[in-house]
Ligand binder design. Structure first.
Ligand code: FAD
Length: 475
């Protein structure tokens, strides 16, 4: 037998279901392939930082597979449709009998996989695919009538029950294989993708490094998670999203580590460990929704009437928001964090998304696209989920009349402006008391700051937004 494993968003050798199953038969010849699709990535707005992160991890994967005696073929094509032909070609070339891959839940990815499965079926090649990117398969957590949960809390309760009753299964990394490696051509070796690549300086590269971060977080930090997770000046969250997004870590590894450090976390729903478990379940919720509702991959809101909202879509406001020049310090510091690091704290994602949609009345899809183009952890499920939650267009989203006040959000979550000062050096001389309203202080002092006055008045913007949503709803 010849087994081909097709790596995508699962660039690791430990606890990788497709790799594990491809290697189960000791006598099979195992080959691996990775196919870069830069033009498709561009359509999906992949950020140059994420692309570079993938590239670096692909190099690491190549080394790890080499040590197991498994050859990794690299190919670059334009679109997913070309990837299908590449797979067909290699199946023919090496007389592949079985192909193994881990599922992706986005619409284009699913369409690609359906086509591959059909094609290979006709050629009598067995397809083995796995729900590896989630803790539980989207088909398993459904309501009594078989539909997907639309509300998070009952969905989360099902996860709680499931893990009370079922042990978490982690699979081992494969053993060294006794097989000849392939004589690969120059054109089959990994090279930088034909896509803008931008190095990140904040997330260490490597599967081992990611596991170490997970280990440290579960041992030392998770207990304080609920107290600290909303404070952007403190590293109170795991910062593992970039690894989870491209599959350097699996969610099972996260939960297993949590369980080994806090074996009874399910009994203590007010603990930090339980709080972190719930975030992993939010991640699942959005993947399951994406798998069930193709419209989420197609730029459509979950709640139908919200498509009638008439957006202001002011271009210069949008540019001010992107560049951190709105005159609201917490929003601006957050947007600069995103631009400079490719990551943004969750509380700040909520604040900046709310500001774009409900203060500036700009279409949430503009924000969603911009975030994707910058985030190192960008993925459609969580990004779309987060934006639709913030814009009140999604399932179990914030009610539309709940509108964050960006000034009080800043006062609450960054009281002394410690985070703000990190990214807005132009506010260094502003006293703590005024850090959330520097224009008020500047006026009092009769000085001119090198920082804009607010581009919009929140109280007025709030009323406009309520009107826009009410009008859309009553159409
Ligand atoms: P932790 O607090 O340590 O949480 C652990 C893990 O749980 C995260 O790594 C992540 O995988 C998952 N998680 C946590 N919160 C959420 C959530 N609300 N939704 C889904 N998964 C969650 N997350 C992404 O991974 N990619 C995105 O593109 C993304 N875009 C977002 C856009 C908006 C507007 C909002 C409001 C949220 C978005 N999130 C996204 C969710 C969340 O902000 C990040 O997952 C989190 O900030 C990552 O930091 P962390 O790893 O320290 O998280």
């Amino acid at each position: 037998a010849v087994h081909l494993i097709w790596f995508r968003n699962d660039l690791r050798i430990q606890d990788n279901l497709a790799l594990y199953h491809a290697c189960k038969d000791d006598s099979a010849q195992v080959i691996a392939i990775y196919i870069a699709t830069p033009k498709q990535w561009r359509q999906h707005n992949m950020s140059p930082r994420q692309c570079h992160f993938i590239y670096q991890h692909l190099q690491q994967l190549h080394i790890s597979l080499n040590k197991l005696n498994i050859s990794l073929i690299y190919q670059e094509v334009d679109y997913f449709k070309d990837a299908i032909s590449t797979i067909e070609l290699y199946c023919q070339k090496y007389q592949v009998t079985d192909i193994f891959f881990n599922q992706q839940y986005e619409w284009n990815e699913q369409q690609r996989d359906h086509k591959v499965i059909q094609l290979l079926h006709r050629k009598n090649i067995q397809c083995h695919f796995f729900d590896d990117a989630v803790l539980i398969s989207p088909n398993h957590i459904v309501t009594a009538n078989g539909s997907m949960y639309r509300v998070f809390t009952p969905f989360q309760r099902r996860y709680h029950q499931y893990f009370l009753q079922n042990a978490l299964k982690i699979v081992d990394q494969p053993n060294l294989r006794h097989q000849q490696q392939l004589p690969l051509q120059q054109s089959e070796l990994i090279r930088p993708f034909n896509y803008p690549l931008e190095a990140n300086h904040f997330f260490p590269v490597g599967e081992t490094q990611a596991l170490q971060l997970l280990d440290k977080f579960c041992r030392e930090d998770v207990e304080d998670y609920l107290n600290l997770r909303d404070l952007p000046a403190i590293n109170g969250t795991s910062q593992l999203s970039a690894y989870l997004t491209i599959g350097i870590l699996s969610p099972r590894q996260c939960l297993a580590k949590l369980q080994s450090e806090h074996p009874r976390f399910l009994d203590f729903s007010r603990s930090g460990a339980y709080g972190w478990f719930c975030q992993l379940v939010w991640r699942e919720f959005y993947y399951h929704l994406l798998a069930r509702y193709p419209k989420l991959s197609k730029n459509l809101p979950f709640i139908d009437w919200t498509k009638y909202i008439v957006w202001r879509n002011n271009q210069s406001d949008f540019i001010a928001w992107q560049n951190g020049l709105t005159g609201y310090p917490i929003v601006d510091a957050a947007m600069r964090q995103l631009k400079q690091t490719g990551w943004m704290h969750n509380r700040l994602r909520l604040i900046t998304a709310s500001f774009l949609v409900k203060d500036l009345l700009i279409d949430w899809r503009w924000g969603e696209t911009y975030f994707m183009s910058q985030l190192i952890d960008g993925n459609l499920a969580a990004n779309n989920g987060g934006w639709q939650w913030s814009a009140s267009t999604g399932t179990d989203a914030a009610p539309y009349f709940r509108i964050f006040n960006p000034t009080t959000q800043g006062q609450r979550f960054d009281p002394k402006g410690k985070f703000i000062r990190q990214y807005l050096p132009e506010l260094a001389q502003v006293p703590d008391k005024y850090i959330h309203q520097p224009h008020v202080w500047a006026k009092q002092q009769q000085i001119k700051l090198d920082y804009p006055t607010p581009i919009i008045t929140h109280s007025q913007a709030r009323l406009n937004t309520l009107n826009a949503y009410n009008d859309a709803k009553s159409r």
